[in-house]
Design a binder for this molecule. Sequence first.
Ligand code: ATP
Length: 459
Amino acid sequence: MLKEYHIGIDDTDSHEGMCTTYLATLLVDTLENHGVEFLDFPKLVRLNPNIPYKTRGNGAVSISFISTTHQIEKIWDKCIDLVKTHSDIKAKNTDPGLVLQVGKPDPRTKKIYHKALYTVITLAEMKKILKHDFNGRYYSIKKGRGLIGASAAIGVDLYSDYTFEFIAYRDPKQTRSTRMVDEKSVITADKLISLSFGNFDYVHNELMIAPHGPDPVYVGIRGETAKSVIQMWNEIKILEKISSVMLFRSNQHTQPHFPKEFVGEDIKPYFSVKVRGIVKSEPYLINGGHVLFSIDTGKKIINCAAYEPTKKFRKLVRELIRGDELMVYGGVRPASEDYPITINLEQFEIIKLQQPLARIPLKCPQCNTALKSLGQNQGFRCKKCKYQTNEKEIGFQYKKRRLYSGVRYVIPVCAQRHLTKPASRNNTLQFHLPSKDNFQMEFHNFLKKRNNLVNKAFI
Ligand code: ATP
């Protein structure tokens, strides 16, 4: 009998190696060999970027397909084998989880997904769901913390907004931190293909598609459409041999992690929060190049920080003055010995700018030099031509501000989290017409040309 299935995987990698997306790629190969009908692209799902036990970007993966009830037994055994052999179990922080859902995703996994985007979920809460009337099964090796991400990946909502990531893998035994990529070709292609984004940080002159860890990812190319990221891959010159490629549909850069406003005691460590407030203490620079200020929400005064890696964004933050009303977005850092609980800024939006007045110096009507005051209520004199006036008032004008109301100020590409919505994505929803049939067909077409994409010549 044919049935719909969803597999979620998480927490298989460590700082020393492995990669959950690579494991998912191997799983797609296995599923293909078992003749399943894929329902969509595999999904690369980013969760709360502030979770302390994440390795890099708090990513989990899910794959949806139709198979026979007979085949699924073999598939499940193969999944377990893959998790056993491709997880860095020795690493203290790696705690893999594998979940198989039979039929449509359980509404409770959808809830877990939405909560996992901005709060901290306990493993007990997760296991309660998986152990009670869950139509499926799960597998873990250690405590099973990965079950949280695996379930959330099954419950992911990629309906109204989503992006794509094309990942090319090098030989998984390769652990060198540098990836040899022709940077010039990336810049040329990036300028040509407008629907692919985040390839290069032009402000800080940094290539963004190649990671720096020991994992098997050679490059990851992000974009609005499947076509744009494949086109980008075809355009860039690669300088290393590729072992495999995969195309994921993702919640990356859609900013689903700020669904609600926080105001006071609800602002908790490791949450992703959006907080409206009025600048209380003006931004100031501290050792290490970090910029700090505070806002008053009406219920709490909360510290905000633009840390050094956010580079030029800090200049914008320093333009804020006391009384400005804004919405800040970021991850909550727990209090330390020296600092209280602090929002690590990802972006801010001006709601209302203060318009402070500045004095306009009076000009000499004879030689246009700025006049000097002779003291309170004693008029002005020109130092140059000695012109004197008894005029006691001086003019005022509004100080020029370099920030604008209604604008979203986002950290630069080089500092962005995977979920951060870059300013370039402000008006891109028109590309996202939901159509399940299309995803199924598009992924099918991708699989057909996958070998050609792997065998792209390298020089
Ligand atoms: P990647 O390297 O693929 O980008 P990651 O490796 O950084 O992702 P993981 O190693 O998967 O992240 O570790 C994240 C762990 O945190 C997983 O065990 C996951 O289940 C768990 N997790 C994710 N989101 C939450 C959440 N909101 N609350 C509690 N646990 C979470």
